[in-house]
Design a protein around this ligand. Structure first.
Ligand code: SF4
Length: 464
């Protein structure tokens, strides 16, 4: 499932048409940001935890090769089959071959942004395998044939009335029913049947412990546990950056993750998976999908510290006003705008520009990624590589020339004032994207420089 138009501004324009909806979306995310603030202030060592997490992740990135091999050796010791995938195609092929070997054509899957990045559901559907998403938000998005708009809250852009409509259309609930508890109970009945009957379950991975070969999956619904425990074949897909060196480090990350994501002190289920139960098969797929390339970019490697809490999205004024789907990438928001150009610079060249660079994202990031600095650096790389939009490049060139000397600045200022005062329609028209959301002011009669010179002359102060 992909969004169709591939430009943030165009997709955002469609999203902001319904102003009331935008304000509601903005408010819902800001409410979560405030919950995060309250939760983080409740523990005095918050900043120390952030610093420790950031340093642990720095160590992981510098020694990733060794930690991955240690993790693999321990997984094998624990009876888990390990697979390595360099890209989405290889990952999907591995999942398919595991299911095919067991003649399984139905699977249940808990939340995994990695499998969304790989478009796993579509790949398996084309080969006759049905996948049902068990996370409630992802289940709603799947019913509506839309990708998740947020990595933690996949359907945050939908109001309960819209969800009620989707349930009515696809699950046959009574028309007009939008009570969240009623709808959740209905979804639970549907999903319970899938949990009981499906022989294969796939989960994501939040943290993978190198020293023990176990991995941790965090959910609030217990859906990963239900699927994994009831299945004959359990598969976990993880990006190679999810490693933490030791089990004791989990205490730091688990405290940071839940508070940053939703303002909860701890995620309801933080489940450790270590070995298959008797008669069960367990597979873990380690996926690169551009991570080693990002690791090789010194200015952007820190983005691999991300623990996918979503806090940078909740706080970002552009994200809150434009919606996650406008980023046309599985990982949206500020961190998505850093990760996406690494995957395809041409296709995602617009994303680092979808930011005010206010720095709020960096302030809330639990692993202290300097997100806004990296967005700024991506802009420079994208312009240098020739992927920036021509209008932007020309505009910047014109601005550079205007600001390059007092003479050109004064001449352009005079021209601009004349246009605003005499032919305002040349600027205030629908071809000007800036004007679409703004009213241009009346042009002043003179510039500050002209006013200052006139006053000096009139008051005679230049003679003193
Ligand atoms: S970049 Fe930081 S704030 Fe954003 S999702 Fe990742 S860990 Fe959370």
């Amino acid at each position: 499932m992909e969004t169709k138009t591939k430009d943030h501004a165009a997709l955002a324009e469609a999203f902001i048409k319904d102003e009331e909806h935008v304000n509601w979306h903005d408010g819902a995310l800001w409410w979560i940001r405030q919950k995060r603030d309250i939760a983080s202030k409740q523990i005095p060592e918050w900043e120390a935890l952030r610093e420790a997490a950031s340093q642990i992740k720095s160590n992981v990135l510098s020694n990733l090769h060794d930690y991955l091999l240690q993790f693999e050796a321990n997984l094998i010791k624990n009876g888990i089959t390990v697979h390595w995938a360099s890209d989405a195609e290889e990952h999907n092929r591995i999942v398919y071959s595991i299911l095919k070997a067991k003649e399984i054509n139905q699977m249940i899957k808990s939340k995994s942004m990695l499998t969304e990045e790989c478009h796993l559901n579509e790949y398996l559907a084309e080969r006759g395998i049905d996948v049902i998403n068990s996370d409630l938000g992802e289940y709603i998005q799947q019913l509506d044939n839309e990708p998740p708009s947020h990595i933690v809250l996949p359907c945050i852009h939908k109001r309960k009335e819209e969800i009620g409509e989707i349930f009515h259309e696809h699950l046959g609930t009574e028309k007009g029913v939008s009570d969240p508890t009623t709808l959740t109970r209905f979804a639970r009945r549907h999903l319970r049947n899938a949990f009981i009957t499906r022989r294969a379950a796939l989960t994501g991975v939040n943290f993978a412990v190198a020293e023990t070969g176990e991995y941790v999956v965090c959910t609030n619904e217990g859906n990963a546990d239900m699927g994994a425990h009831l299945s004959d074949v359990q598969i976990a897909s993880m990006g190679i950056e999810k490693i933490v060196p030791q089990k004791k480090h989990l205490g730091i990350f688990l405290r940071l993750l839940a508070r940053s994501a939703t303002g909860q002190p701890i995620t309801i289920y933080s489940s450790h998976f270590k070995k298959p139960r008797e008669g069960q098969e367990m597979h873990l797929i380690l996926v690169d999908l551009g991570r080693t390339r990002q690791l090789g970019r010194p200015e952007f490697r820190e983005s691999l510290k991300c623990i996918k809490c979503g806090a940078c999205m909740n706080t970002c004024p552009v994200y809150r006003k434009s919606g996650g789907l406008s980023y046309h990438n599985t990982i949206s928001g500020p961190i998505g705008a850093i990760l996406a150009p690494n995957l395809d610079m041409k296709r995602h060249a617009d994303l680092p520009f979808a930011s005010t660079l206010c720095g709020s994202c960096s302030n809330v990031c639990p692993v202290k990624i300097t997100i806004h600095d990296q967005l700024y650096q991506w802009r420079q790389v994208i312009v240098k590589e020739g992927f920036a939009a021509n209008t932007k490049v020309l505009g910047m060139k014109a601005m550079a020339w205007t600001l390059s000397s007092p003479g050109s600045y004064a001449r352009m200022g005079r021209a601009g004032r004349w246009v605003l005062n005499n032919i305002p329609f040349a600027i205030n028209n629908k071809l000007n994207p800036w004007y679409k959301q703004r009213e241009m002011p009346d042009g002043p009669k003179e510039s500050f420089g002209e006013w200052y010179a006139r006053n000096q002359k009139e008051n005679g102060s230049d003679k003193k």
